[in-house]
Design a protein around this ligand. Structure first.
Ligand code: ATP
Length: 617
């Protein structure tokens, strides 16, 4: 019923102990309250003097106050513990998502990550603050009240004790049914969020293609499935409440009949029978409350398991030990027979060592596989490698174009160099350092990655330019903006660099976004390696031409690796790497390759020879 993973949280045992003490005190107070009430009622029944009611009434009031103070204390304790646990958990989950990187986000879906960080943590909080005190109540209060009832009427005690297994049986059966349904409901909830966030992100495209209504219907049907799953959880919850209430009422009614009978026969006095009867509902109350709240907390339990699964995911290896000062004109990078295969969904799931995945492994202590190992394992699977036997030599401030048809592996290679993808085999040597992969802070501190659509966050242009170097001076930012060709645009903006852009603010063009990305590179001179993943793919030819004029001087004193479809860039690079199905089919100086009738000529012919005019001229 209670998640074992909860015990890994610091201080939980102390909290449970404090809650247990409070539950025991509350159990005693409940008995004291029933005792005072019964005493007072018996005094009234026997028409005793009003003064004889003073002590029973005082007992009742004191016990009543103590009972409710215990309740308040338990709620405060559980809620402040749940608060502090969620406060600790939030940064852990957040930084894990960052450490896992873009591949994990692609696998889980952005919506799912957002759900986990916002709703998921709130649900975990509700789960912790509800389940811990209820659990303690269920353990201690029935025992204390049963002892008191048993001491007054053995028969009542036996009736209540016999009813307990029945209640637990129903609690377990319906709890399992609710858990299954709740798991499905949570999976549907994740699907709904992923679908919803993806659709919102793709809304401009959907609108442009005139299919946004169909997606609205699609979201409606996913939401409707979620509603049906929620209703099925509620149905089980109501059945469970009904079953628990029914058996509780039945047990109390049976007790009342037996006790009434004995009272009439004169084999029992009023006080013990009334005390047993008054206390009986409190004997069942914690079990009923746990049963009722159990369904409400299942989402939190699922969210916690989901977080545990994420936190236990092995992270891509990171080489923190690389001691490398940066790329210079004499630097040398060598890749030899490097292979990379994307893991399949099943292989990615098999990486998870905790929770469900552990059960599939005979040895829970088995070492966790890294993404690279999974990719190596993936070699035997059906999916072909995205990069095969890649051997490249790169020296000094060269400019290298990576070209090839769609799906050839250009982006995969750039992402491998950025450290997102880790090779499954092959060797890498950087200025004499042997690397397993490029996920090394010492390397990543020297690269600037510019994708097709640069990341523009919600904030001012100034803040966006400071992306790599938040402490740069205003003069440096302005100079970088001017060098990146943003000055004409800034001149017409009333607020200049302080203009708010990104989500929820002023929209900007693709060319302006690329220039902001260039300004980031120009601002941080320590990034001598530029990794471009088709930065001009979304731009019209005039904008691309304008941007190219800005880009060429920047490329001069950098190592540039430029994945592109636009072959006119061949006129401006020193080396070309042509990929086809993940293999290098042609490599060398463009002037040595063009006109030789090789694969590059075929590609030029297929893509329209005029693109290369700049080079031929
Ligand atoms: N996350 C991924 N998971 C599995 N396979 C992938 C993933 N990303 C890319 N691939 C596959 O890897 C291969 C190379 O893809 P990649 O994106 O590197 O090609 P590309 O040359 O950049 O294509 P394009 O020019 O269309 O962007 C393709 O077959 C693609 O389907």
């Amino acid at each position: 019923m209670i998640d074992k993973s909860l015990f890994r949280f610091a201080g939980i045992r102390r909290q449970m102990l404090a809650l247990a003490v409070l539950s025991i005190v509350q159990g005693l107070a409940i008995s004291g309250q029933a005792f005072g009430l019964t005493w007072a009622l018996v005094q009234i029944w026997h028409r005793r003097a009003m003064s004889s009611l003073l002590i029973p009434t005082l007992t009742f009031v004191l016990a009543f106050v103590c009972r409710h103070l215990c309740e308040v204390a338990k709620q405060k304790l559980a809620s402040s513990y749940a608060d502090s646990m969620v406060r600790d958990l939030r940064p852990q989950v957040q930084s894990k998502i960052f450490r896992l990187g873009p591949a994990a986000l692609t696998q889980r879906g952005t919506g799912s990550a957002v759900t986990m960080l916002i709703d998921g943590l709130d649900e975990v909080k509700t789960y912790i603050q509800t389940v811990l005190p209820k659990m303690m109540d269920m353990v201690f209060i029935p025992i204390i009240t049963l002892v008191v009832i048993w001491s007054q009427s053995t028969l009542s005690g036996i009736i209540l004790l016999c009813m307990l297994p029945l209640l637990f049986f129903f609690l377990a059966i319906l709890g399992l049914a609710a858990r299954d349904r709740s798991n499905k409901q949570y999976a549907q909830f994740r699907k709904l969020n992923t679908r919803f966030v993806d659709t919102i992100l793709g809304l401009p495209t959907l609108k442009m293609l005139g299919i946004s209504d169909e997606y609205e219907d699609e979201i409606y049907s996913v939401s409707d499935r979620f509603r049906k799953r929620t209703m099925s959880v509620i149905r089980v919850a109501l059945t469970s409440t009904f079953a628990l209430d029914f058996f509780t009422t039945l047990a109390i009614a049976m007790m009342a009949v037996f006790l009434g009978n004995r009272l009439v026969n004169g084999t029992m006095t009023l006080f013990p029978s009334l005390l047993a009867l008054i206390l009986a509902p409190d004997y069942f109350l914690p079990i009923r409350q746990f049963g009722d709240d159990y369904h409400a907390t299942l989402d939190g339990k699922n969210a916690l398991q989901d977080m545990e699964e994420l936190l236990n995911r092995p992270e891509p290896d990171q080489d923190d030990d690389l001691d490398w000062a940066g790329w210079t004109a004499s630097s040398h990078l060598s890749l030899k027979q490097v292979n990379f295969t994307y893991p399949t969904q099943q292989q990615a799931d098999a990486l998870v060592p905790a929770g469900k995945a552990v059960s599939s492994s005979k040895d829970p202590a088995a070492p966790k596989k890294s993404t690279a190992e999974a990719a190596a394992a993936a070699g035997s699977a059906d999916i072909p490698p995205a990069l095969s036997d890649l051997s490249v030599e790169i020296t000094g401030m060269s400019k290298i174009a990576v070209i090839g048809r769609s799906g050839a592996g250009k982006s995969t290679l750039v992402q491998l160099l950025a450290g997102f993808n880790q090779p499954s085999s092959g060797s890498i040597s950087l200025d004499g350092h042997e690397l397993k992969h490029f996920n090394a802070p010492a390397w990543q501190r020297h690269i600037a990655y510019i994708p097709q659509t640069p990341y523009i966050f919600s904030g001012s242009i100034d803040e966006n330019i400071r992306f790599y170097l938040p402490d740069a001076s205003s003069e440096q930012v302005l100079k970088a903006a001017q060098e990146a060709g943003l000055d004409d645009w800034l001149a017409i903006l009333p607020e200049g660099l302080d203009t708010q852009i990104g989500e929820g603010h002023r929209g900007i063009s693709g060319g302006q976004a690329q220039r902001i990305a260039l300004a980031r590179v120009l601002l941080d001179k320590s990034r001598e390696i530029l990794l471009f993943d088709e930065p001009t793919a979304h731009l019209d030819i005039e904008t691309e031409y304008d941007l190219k004029q800005t880009l060429l001087p920047i490329m001069e004193d950098h190592l540039v690796i430029f994945a592109t479809h636009r072959l006119h860039w061949l006129a401006d690079v020193d080396q070309v790497i042509m990929l086809d199905q993940g293999r290098i089919v042609s490599q060398g100086k463009p002037s040595d390759l063009i006109g030789q009738g090789g694969p590059l000529d075929q590609l030029i012919a297929q893509m329209g020879g005029n693109q290369i005019h700049g080079y031929l001229d």
